[in-house]
Design a protein around this ligand. Structure first.
Ligand code: GAP
Length: 472
């Protein structure tokens, strides 16, 4: 059955979404079959960008931290995991259906967007529905009085596992990567030389059957998370919470996000999840407004305690320095890869000189740019193509490079600007004579002449040194 296409994209995102499709970053999911609502496929350049984001995160949150180790747990976990974590009982959204057009949407958002309350739970939405039933209009078709009373829907995707229909069991696709870390806490402490405080980090897919707004990859049903569970001694969680909040914020700035597009929002007491004694969101100013980017939560020992109780396995930790046993507390920075990719693309998207001379550029941090350099032989003939090919092979050993020998140099620059490629190198007739090339800087459009033999070191220095030396 054909599904609604990704036509439902909020207006402020439209130019960025068009660039993503035009330049091979992100395509609507199942495109040739008419699309599948709110699913997206990453094209060649989007795939490189996703990888770079994950690699940079892993480097800063795992490799550069003596106190963090990595993990890769299963997407399907024992069903009891979700009982213990509270996801079966309380991972719900209150939803309403339109009897006329069959649209489904979140009841709390519906009433909140109309100024009828804030932080509404199921009971509050039911009360509002009962009171105003005949006036309530469907946001999709506009029909009044046809909205069903709000009902709770669990957000977890169910599937079945097993070889025969009689003996298979119902399992869930994980809605967060965090629980895979908690249930491996004992395995990690038993097998690795970790001492509290320490963290376990994981990158992987998560699934939630959410109601989707028109916000591109901001909220999808299948997405990737980068989560870190940092285990610490009870009573020290406040200090670690504030450390991780600063650490995460600094990393976002190091990745080139503009300070004015980032802010921290501390959760009010009433807002806190059942497991948390403090939570803050790092919010980003997306083209459609401020929204959550990264959640940093102090999760107490709720999860280890719940898994210990339900599994019957002892999960406490022996602190040799203190000579005491305790169930560690946890601070969790949890970030969506795709949501960060949207923030990075929005931040980098710049239209210079609107009008006839218009230039669209993705001013991506060089470390994140899908392609680090593009090589343009002025002509295929006269030996220029061969020199360019040789340089391509030399550089491709270190990072992704594009090779383009078609169209005018101006058109080739235009394409690479839209891909966010930091440097373009032109091989011309002078190269053949004196072995020099022109290197063009994406941000300034300035060009400099340098020896062919110096290009590799120049690029490595510019792209991978801590201080990139170029203004973003
Ligand atoms: N383990 C805690 C946890 O999962 P969360 O706030 O529900 O907390 C963490 O999710 C992060 O994952 C969010 O801040 C967001 O970046 C990302 N995320 C959550 N749901 C998402 C969705 N449906 N689509 C894309 N990213 C999502």
């Amino acid at each position: 059955m054909a599904q609604k296409k990704a036509k439902n994209i909020a207006e402020p995102l439209k130019d960025l979404v068009a660039l993503c499709k035009r330049r091979g970053f992100i395509f609507p999911g199942s495109d040739i079959y008419g699309g599948l609502t709110a699913t997206f496929d990453y094209g060649p350049y989007g795939t490189e960008l996703l990888r770079n984001i994950k690699n940079e995160w892993w480097k800063t949150f795992v490799h550069q931290r003596e106190d963090v180790v990595g993990l890769d747990s299963s997407i399907m976990l024992h069903p009891d995991v979700w009982k213990a974590s509270g996801h079966i009982a309380s991972f719900n959204d209150p939803l309403m259906d339109c009897k006329q057009c069959k649209s489904r949407f979140r009841a709390d958002s519906y009433f909140e967007e109309r100024g009828m309350g804030e932080g509404l739970d199921l009971a509050a939405t039911v009360e509002l529905h009962n009171k105003h039933q005949t006036e309530l209009a469907c946001p999709d078709c506009g029909t009044r009085g046809q909205l069903t009373a709000p009902r709770q829907f669990n957000l977890m995707f169910k599937t079945r596992m097993g070889a025969t229909a009689e003996r298979d069991i119902e399992v869930f696709l994980r809605p967060e990567t965090a629980q895979g870390i908690f249930i491996n806490f004992r395995n990690v402490t038993d097998s690795c030389r970790v001492k509290i405080p320490f963290g376990i980090a994981q990158i992987g897919k998560s699934f939630r059957n959410e109601i989707i707004a028109r916000q591109f990859v901001f909220r999808t049903r299948e997405f990737e998370q980068m989560e870190l569970e940092y285990f610490c001694q009870p009573g020290t969680q406040e200090q670690h919470f504030s450390h991780w909040l600063d650490y995460c914020m600094q990393w976002l700035k190091d990745m080139g996000l503009r300070t004015e597009n980032l802010r921290i929002r501390h959760h009010e007491k009433e807002e806190l999840s059942h497991y948390s004694d403090a939570t803050a969101d790092i919010e980003y100013q997306y083209p459609f407004g401020w929204g959550e980017l990264w959640g940093i939560a102090s999760r107490t020992n709720f999860d280890l305690n719940a898994h210990q109780s339900l599994s019957g396995k002892n999960l406490d930790y022996f602190d040799a320095e203190k000579n005491e046993r305790y169930l560690p507390y946890v601070v969790e920075p949890a970030l969506g890869v795709n949501r960060l990719l949207l923030a990075i693309l929005s931040d980098a998207y710049v239209v210079e000189n609107p009008g006839a001379e218009q230039r669209t550029v993705l001013k991506l941090h060089p470390r994140l740019a899908p392609v680090k350099a593009a090589i343009f032989p002025l002509q295929k003939k006269d030996g220029l193509g061969e020199i360019a090919r040789k340089l391509y092979l030399e550089l491709a050993d270190f990072f992704p490079v594009d090779f383009d020998q078609t169209g005018s140099i101006g058109k080739r620059y235009y394409r690479q600007d839209e891909l966010g490629t930091p440097y373009c190198i032109t091989i011309d007739y002078e190269t053949r004579d004196d072995e020099t090339v022109t290197v063009r800087d994406r941000n300034t459009t300035e060009q400099q002449r340098m020896p062919l033999s110096a290009v590799k070191h120049f690029l490595l220095e510019k792209i991978f040194s801590r201080d990139t030396g170029i203004s973003l």
